[in-house]
Design a protein around this ligand. Sequence first.
Ligand SMILES: [Zn+2]
Length: 353
Amino acid sequence: MTDGCDVCEEAVKHVTTAETVITFHMERTVVYGSGRKATNLKTRRKELLAKFCNHVCALRNSGGGFLLIHFTGNKETGSRDLNAFDELVDLRLNAMIEDDTLFVDNYERSWLNDRVVILKVKSSPSCSTSDFKTKIPLDDRLIDPSARNIPNLYNLTPGDRTPMLPPQPQVLIDWSQDVVALHESRSIEMKCWGIGFVVPSDVERKALLIWETLKLRENITAMTKLIRGGSFYCGIEEELVDTGDYKLKKSKVCGMTLTEGEREDLSRILLHKVQTDMMWTNRTNESIGPPVDAIQILFHKVREETFVMEVVITFFDGLVFYDKAGPECYVVNSDLTPRRVEFSEWIQRVRPE
Ligand SMILES: [Zn+2]
């Protein structure tokens, strides 16, 4: 478990406990770096945080214990500043508390020596989840569910989810206009295209950009929870209009330049991802795959070879995850490494019969 690291091995010796002790390496430049020297800092930080959370999650689900965090790449400054570390991990640690207890009663950290921080992790009373891999819509943004939302999300009947207001009359949109009367809400998400990023020429990479970077997959998990479903648009830019006293947004059609072949390929690749890169589970916790017509892809013509793509997402009576293995939840293995638990095990823990 210490992977032959002398610093970790030495640190473990100093912790006398009957509880589980596991070690973890954190690179100083990734946690504390400003980006001037480290490349891909954002991605590396995200990956490191995910891995860190998996270790903590495993401890919480295995009776609690200690995580020894070895800060590697230390310059010998003698500083014991943990601000950047706290800023990185605190909210995620807090999100792994699934009852009403406080952060301060579940975690405590302190320096063991100049290189190693010891983090005491309390045991979970039920099941801690590292990443739910499903989102909940607000009108402004998508958020993560809490553990307590999960049984509710399965148990609601479509009747329980009847919207509180009657539906708005459908307005037919004229896509050849510069500005369209659309605004973001729980059921409408708009993405600009080619503004602030370079559009890849390859259609596979275009699809990946929409799926991951523009978060189509997260939006699908969120909008399948709405009784009326929703639409994810690609090719609309939100522009701020300054009235002098305040600012409002207007939705400008910028469109995507796509040939007929590219439109077909893009549809095919994205619909394939809906089948292969997601998990669709019904009320009885079975993974059943997406229903036919769960997702439709339309291209609205703006002008010659320029289109707004609309992904129409329908309500799904169950729970959808944007990972084919479902949520990320871990326990500590006999070799003291985190092991991801199967969906069937996770659902039994968070939704006991
Ligand atoms: Zn080490």
